[in-house]
Each structure stands twice: as C-alpha cells, then as structure tokens.
Design a protein around this ligand. Structure first.
Ligand SMILES: [Zn+2]
Length: 511
C-alpha cells in the first residue's frame, strides 16, 4: 500500500469517528469494515526435523525466555521512570535504557546505556530484542491492569517454562519470519522460515541463519489461513503432549453489520438448570414471545455434576490424610485429573451453547437490528454457593465460565460483522433476585428453577427471569439521559451512546 492510500484510509477513519460523535447516520455506498484478530494454531512437525534443528529451536526459545525475563526485571526496577500516566510502558524510554544504536538517528548516537542488553546477549539481533521487549511489555501491562483492579497483591509475572518471543512479519519480507509453500513436498506443504542471529557472530557471517519448520497443514487450515493477513506468529510449547505449535495471528476485515430494521435486544444469561437462556426484547422491554431460546446440554451437565461430586469426595479424603500426615501424592494427582476433566467438559458445554446461540442470532439478524446483552458477574464472591471444597478455586472456575462464554460468543459473532459494541457484558448482580415484571425484590426461587414474585403473584422460569432482566439492563443504560457511553464489564471498554440511538424512539415507556 502506498503512503497516500494509507493516509486516505486514516482520513476516512477519522471522518467516521467524527460522524459517530455527532450521532448522524450517513448511508454510505460502502459498508464500514469491522476488523478482528483470529489465532490459528498449526502443529510443527518436529518428527521431520533433524536433531540439530530441534536443538537449535530449543536454544533460540530458551534465549528468548531469558531475555524476556531480563526485560521484565528492568521494567520492574525502572517503573516510575518509564511508566506513562495511563499505565502503559513508554517503549522509547525503555529502549533508551537497554539498547545502544549504531545508526545516527535524530537523538544522536547512543553508545552507552545503563542496562546494555547487547553486551549481555551478543548473539541476538536488534529486531529480536524488540520482539522480546514487546512480549515483556504486554505481559507487564496485563499484570499491571489486573493489579490495579485487584485489592490484594498479585505475584509478578515470570516465565518458568519456555516462552519464545512473538515474531512479526515486517514489510516486504524484512520481518523475522516468512511462510513458504512447497507444493511438491508430500510431508509438509507449508513451511515456516525463521531468521535468527544465534550463530551469526560466532561464525562471523553477515547474513543470519534460517531455520525451516515444517507445519501440519490440512484442508481445514487451507480454508481458514489467509497468508496475506498474517501479522504475527508465536511458537508455543505444549508440555503435556511434548509438541511445538505455531500460533498464527491474522487480521480479518468483514463488512460491519448495520441494519435499518427495528431494534431489539437479546438478553442472555448463563443459567443454573440450563446452560444458557436467551430472550428477545423490544426497546420497551417487552418480550417478543416467539423468540425465547433455552439451551440445555443435559448429558454434559450431569457429567459435570458427577465430576463435581467426585472432586468433593477426593478433596475430603485429601484433607483427612493431610490431617493424619499421610502421603497425598496419589490423591493430588486424582484431584488434578478430575478437575482438568471437569474443565474440558465445561468448555465443551459452553462451546455448544455458543454455537446454538450464534445460529439463533444469525436468524434474528435478518429481522431485527440486533444487540446482545450478556450477564457478567461483578462481585463473583457473593454468588458462590457455600459448601466444602476449595473456595478460591471454585471462584476461579465460575468466573472463568463467564469469561470463556462471552469471549467465545463475541469472537464467533465478529466473523459476521458484529462489532464489540453490539455484544455488551452487563452487570448481572440482582438480576436473578429482581422480578422482571414489576422490579420487586420480594421474591423467592424454588429448587425446581421456578421464580415467584409475591407482589403480583407472578410465576415464571427463574433463568428466563434473569435473562429478561439482563436484556432490560442494556436498554436502561442506553436510555439514561446523562450517560455518554456504555461500559462493557468484561473488557472495561466504553462504547459511545450514539451506537444505541435506535432505542430512543420506543424506549420512553420502559419503567
Ligand atoms: Zn413482580
């Protein structure tokens, strides 16, 4: 792309932003694009590589891990110097501390720095340092963001296992990796070529050496992987299966979903008796009766219950033997295995619910200008049922479910042009207690999943009541006169209220 073209694109993007600010809806001939990232993992066929090549891959990644660790230490010790006000790391200040330059740039030659990484790791190139630096900064920033929200002290990030750096595809093949097709090769048709400087200095050559990694490339990947969209690759070692994987990140643009049909909100709740419940509301908060969906996965749910019982029992046994100072290794292993199994089945169950929901949403998309409101717990601790078992772990599992579900739903819908502001995670506290009809909290829920409101003698399914409340909550947020944006609880991002303008004409009757 020429500079002029990219400038034009920038200009049009800023124009779009201005339009949004003024709340005007312009009918353009070309629909705006929604972009998102997609990660596609491919296994590296190490069985086709020589021992020497495998050894080299190991050496590269171990070196990267050490450098990333080193960067993290430097960031830690210079926090107040290099941290910007918004909690992000100032990259150029970090470079001033760590990397010397031989090029005469605007800031003149930098011949000495406080932490000279090039001296310490002579067998690493400038590009590679910068890729390691980016990984360290991402890790640090995500830790920092969590730390700022969390009340207790979180342990600092560190890498105990192999963590290679991410590799970027530079312009015109100047990046540290390239992808090649070898159609005549029957063992591997797709190859990843890595450039590294590991042996450059030692053998006194000028060009860096290249390592060719064969990839397991199937017709499925052929369909999904768009080579021109790939921006980044990360190598990942899965110690359980002792395999290397290459995670390709590709940038995808699809026409953004825009609609002139009447607006509607789909309230989605992760249920207790059901996996998920979805209910469609019009902007006055009334249920559109034919559009209620209960998603139940009985088989997997009963498996999860069974596993939870087993986990509870094993936990009890473990506590007993701990008290009696007996060996617990075997019980620990059992517990670990059971938990992993429960997690994978939960993942399958939620994935099933997401697929069902996406099908449902794609049907609704043809008839409504659709928004999706998903409940997300703000205070997860309060919702925890008491009982035996590891309390903190149960919390994690619970919160993990919600995160997994919403992220997966959002990613799936992004493929159809649903921009993030259409799928909002709203606070779900009180949505299971409040009556969706009269807002009263004088209510009870029975063991059979029935919800009773005592003020009006109203009865309905408890999970459905929750989903209705969650849908209504988004409409209420959108209609509040003094709101200028709606905050997504999961990502903490704020979406301008203009996106939700279509609620206004009908919503005024909402109590
Ligand atoms: Zn009521």
């Amino acid at each position: 792309m020429t500079i002029e073209a990219s400038n034009k694109q920038k200009q049009s993007a800023s124009e779009d932003k201005n339009l949004v600010k003024h709340g005007e809806v312009k009918s353009t001939t070309q629909a705006p694009l929604a972009t998102f990232y997609e990660v596609i993992p491919l296994r590296i066929k190490t069985e086709l590589m020589s021992v020497r090549e495998c050894e080299r891959l190991r050496r590269i990644t171990e070196r990267d891990t050490r450098i990333i660790q080193h960067y993290l230490r430097i960031i830690k010790h210079n926090e107040e110097k290099i941290l910007r006000k918004d909690g992000k790391v100032n990259t150029s200040l970090l470079d001033n501390l760590t990397l010397t330059t031989s090029l005469n740039t605007k800031n003149k030659l930098r011949t000495s720095v406080p932490h000279d990484l090039k001296k310490r790791y002579p067998r690493c190139s400038h590009d590679e340092f910068q890729e390691c630096r980016d990984k360290a900064i991402w890790t640090y920033e995500s830790w920092k963001a969590q730390q700022d929200v969390s009340k207790k002290e979180l342990s600092r990030p560190e890498f105990k296992k192999k963590t290679p750096r991410p590799m970027f595809k530079g312009k015109e093949g100047r990046g540290t990796f390239q992808i090649h097709f070898k159609l005549d090769n029957t063992d591997a048709r797709l190859w990843l070529e890595l450039r590294d400087s590991l042996d450059t200095k030692r053998s006194d050559t000028r060009t860096h050496q290249r390592l060719w990694l064969p990839l397991a490339y199937s017709p499925y990947h052929e369909k999904r992987l768009k080579l021109e969209n790939i921006k980044m690759v990360e190598l990942v070692y899965k110690s359980k299966e002792q395999q290397w994987w290459a995670h390709f990140t590709q940038h995808i643009s699809v026409p953004s979903y825009q609609s002139t049909l009447s607006p509607a909100v789909l309230g989605v709740d992760l249920g207790i008796k059901k996996t998920a419940v979805a209910v469609l509301l019009n902007p006055t908060g009334k249920v559109i009766m034919d559009e209620i969906r209960f998603i139940v996965d009985k088989e997997r749910q009963s498996k999860i219950w069974q596993l939870s019982r087993q986990i509870k029992e094993t936990q009890r046994k473990l506590n007993k033997s701990l008290n009696n100072r007996q060996h617990t290794k075997q019980l620990n292993n059992t517990l670990f295995r059971l938990r992993r199994r429960r997690r994978s089945i939960t993942e399958q169950e939620l994935g099933f619910a997401v697929n069902q929901l996406v099908d449902f949403i794609l049907q609704l998309k043809k008839r409504y200008n659709l928004f999706v409101s998903v409940g997300y717990p703000k205070y997860i601790q309060r919702r925890q049922p008491r009982g035996s078992g590891n309390k903190s772990l149960r919390k994690q599992v619970h919160k993990w479910c919600y995160r997994y579900f919403i992220i997966k739903l959002r990613n799936q819908l992004a493929k159809y042009g649903f921009e993030p502001y259409r799928v909002v995670a709203v606070n779900e506290s009180w949505t299971s207690k409040r009556c969706s009809r009269c807002n009263s909290t004088n209510t009870t829920r029975t063991g059979q999943g029935q919800f009773n409101c005592h003020d009006y003698n109203y009865e309905l399914d408890a999970d459905l009541n929750g989903a209705k409340n969650i849908g209504k909550r988004l409409i209420r947020y959108a209609l509040k006169p003094n709101f200028s944006s709606i905050k997504d609880l999961l990502t903490e991002e704020c979406y301008p209220i203009q996106h939700y303008k279509c609620f206004l004409p009908l919503g005024q009757w909402l109590k």
